[in-house]
Write a protein that binds this ligand. Structure first.
Ligand code: AHR
Length: 632
């Protein structure tokens, strides 16, 4: 292997993450809000809420002020005439609320009552057996809508707590935006993100983050597409909308899945910045999901969609004087987010997509010639739609083209050479969604097995060897709540208190944390290792750390002995570091019960001068880091 002769540059964006609000990834997941349906905007206004002790004279009335507040029309009116009975509202959270002993919780509410009232509010967290585990009181003043807050400390840890609001005294009170957040959010940002989940992302050191999806971008119909402008500004003005995964799978219906947009485009950009990842927003191109309604905006009515894209670039990068840049500044980010690329459409196909893509390109490039445009080839990595899109996008000199692969592990092994034959002078590849499926795509019995993870690692050696063509890659989907998922497999699983990475997560992390800056050519009998005897390999050089990085997958059931000759002008540190990910059982997977069953283990490897003798056990993914010494 010729260490001093790199063959291609590896883009800093090479290994990234794909975020979509599927499987409770946002609401109920990374967005740390604990109250579900906080503003009564779900189709059923009291979904997630229970009325505690109602009688004929008192209760909850849902009012709709749509004429004056279209973004947040509903609120609840509490009327209480009988102060002897207990009366309250209970929120069940997202499959319960994860509460930690000793943690401070921040409660907030918008309330109003025009006349003075003796009503007070007692806020009470209760465990799954009904016992109180935290309490606070609130008194409101007569007057128009006002935000009230109360902090309290939880006295017990509980994965499925509920929040009770008891109304004591007599009177009428209007309520909206009933909210509860833990104190320990990511970077301690008030009403922010769940720290353990963001930490798992940060540990991956992703080169980019694609958001907000996925099919969620497209909508079931155009009316329910993702519209970023509805997700910025004060949270109470972000119009809650049904989540398209609510009804997508009959076998995993999730009637309580909505989007509060508490995690909106400002927060996505901020998350990208926190992670040191390039933001990659994907926008509706005027085509609803072609698996659903397949509605298309006519070409002469595409303007609002294109304008949304132009305005987004202004929101991210524009000055405080610009209309949308000003909103970013008002939201607390004076500096631009330095957006460099946008995606036009998610998984679209057919001539109508190409037509719309061209309209977007023309207008975006006219105004922002430096913004790179990501386009796509549809849901499959082959077939008639794929072939058509690839041909058209080549003809149109597309810049970055998204390809998706949800397939059996065997497909991933067979496709380690997929990009060997791609044109080096055409578009760059964004491997934007991929995951090996242990059963079949969208099968609820899919598991994040070691066999799948290992097949992805083998395939990823092919992505890395072809970094000249492939510039962005991301596994999909990213997150899944153990009680609220629709799609499996997923990279990271969590419940209300804990989270864990799958074997697939550790594969991604190993690639990303050992990215390197240039591709090296590692050959056996003059050829790259692309499955000979079950072996797959790639190699990289990290110019900053002066490290040679080898990645090898032994997908066979036999031990493989490989001698690697490292032809380097510089001397090599005789002590190399091996990170090994393995399992004896291809069907094994990390779970809530065994979250660390398959995790990388580090050990030292000895070099013999410039050779390294590798003993690759069956069913292993090995990453070896060898440091060049300063002097020859
Ligand atoms: O990752 C889940 C879904 O798979 C995405 O939303 C979509 O783009 C693809 O079909």
């Amino acid at each position: 292997m010729k260490v001093d002769q790199p063959t291609a540059i590896i883009q800093p964006t090479m290994w990234g993450i794909f975020f979509e609000d599927i499987n409770f990834a946002a609401d109920g997941g990374i967005y740390a809000e604990l109250v579900k349906n906080r503003s009564f905007e779900f189709t059923q206004p009291l979904m997630g809420w229970k009325i505690l002790k109602k009688d004929a004279t008192e209760g909850v009335l849902i009012l709709n002020r749509g004429e004056t507040n279209a973004a947040n029309p509903r609120f609840a009116r509490i009327t209480r005439t009988n102060s002897d009975e207990k009366f309250g509202l209970e929120n069940e959270g997202f499959r319960g609320m994860g509460i930690k002993k000793g943690m401070t919780y921040h409660f907030s509410i918008l309330a109003r009552h025009m006349e003075s009232t003796s009503l007070t509010m007692r806020i009470e967290l209760v465990s799954s057996n009904g016992g109180p585990i935290g309490t606070a009181s609130l008194k409101t003043e007569a007057g128009d809508w006002k935000r009230y807050t109360a902090d309290f400390t939880a006295t017990a840890t509980e994965p499925k707590a509920k929040l009770n609001l008891w109304f004591e005294g007599k009177g009428t009170l209007d309520l909206d935006m009933i909210s509860l957040f833990p104190d320990d959010t990511w970077k301690n940002r008030p009403e922010g993100l769940r720290a353990d989940l963001v930490q798992l992302l940060a540990d991956m050191k992703p080169g980019f983050i694609r958001f907000p999806g996925g099919c969620i971008v497209e909508g079931y119909e155009l009316a329910t597409r993702y519209q970023w402008k509805n997700t910025v500004g004060p949270v109470e003005n972000r119009k809650t909308m049904i989540n398209r995964w609510n009804t997508e799978f009959k076998h995993r219906l999730t009637p309580d899945y909505f989007q509060s947009f508490g995690l909106g485009f400002f927060e996505y950009f901020q998350l990208a910045e926190d992670l040191g990842a390039e933001p990659l927003p994907i926008l509706s191109c005027g085509m609803a999901c072609q698996f659903n309604s397949a509605e298309v905006a006519p070409m002469d009515q595409l303007e609002p969609y294109i304008q949304d894209a132009l305005d987004l670039i202004e929101f991210a990068n524009g000055s405080a004087d610009s209309k949308w840049g000003k909103i970013r500044v008002q939201m607390g980010h004076p500096a631009p987010f330095n957006l460099k690329m946008v995606g036009v459409g998610n998984e679209q196909w057919g001539a109508q997509y190409i037509e719309r893509y061209q309209a977007f390109v023309k207008r975006i490039k006219e105004k922002y010639p430096d913004i790179k445009i990501v386009t796509g080839t549809g849901p499959s990595p082959d077939g008639k739609f794929f072939d058509y899109a690839s041909k058209e996008l080549t003809r149109l000199h597309a810049e970055i083209v998204d390809e998706h692969y949800y397939a059996k592990p065997e497909w991933f092994l067979q496709n380690a050479t997929r990009y060997d034959s791609y044109d080096r002078h055409s578009y760059k590849i964004f491997a934007g969604e991929y995951a090996a499926q242990s059963k079949s795509t969208v099968n609820p019995d899919n598991r994040n097995t070691w066999k799948c993870a290992m097949a992805e690692a083998a395939f990823m050696t092919g992505l890395e060897r072809n970094a000249e063509v492939v510039s962005l890659c991301s596994y999909a989907p990213l997150f899944a709540h153990v009680d609220g998922w629709q799609w499996t497999p997923d990279l990271i699983w969590f419940d209300n208190l804990k989270s864990f990475g799958t074997a697939n997560y550790y594969v991604q992390k190993l690639f990303s944390n050992n990215k390197g800056t240039q591709v090296l050519s590692m050959l056996l009998d003059g050829k790259p290792l692309t499955g000979q005897g079950g072996l797959y390999a790639s190699a990289a050089f990290d110019q900053n750390k002066k490290e040679i990085i080898l990645k090898l997958v032994n997908a066979s059931d036999q031990v493989k002995n490989q001698k690697v000759l490292l032809e380097s002008k510089k001397r090599l540190n005789p002590k190399a570091v091996l990170s090994i990910l393995k399992s004896d059982n291809p069907e094994a997977f990390n779970s809530q019960e065994q979250p660390r069953l398959i995790i990388p283990v580090e050990q030292e490897l000895k070099l013999n001068g410039k050779t390294i003798d590798l003993v690759l056990a069956p069913g292993t993914f090995s990453v070896i880091r060898i440091t060049q010494l300063k002097y020859p």
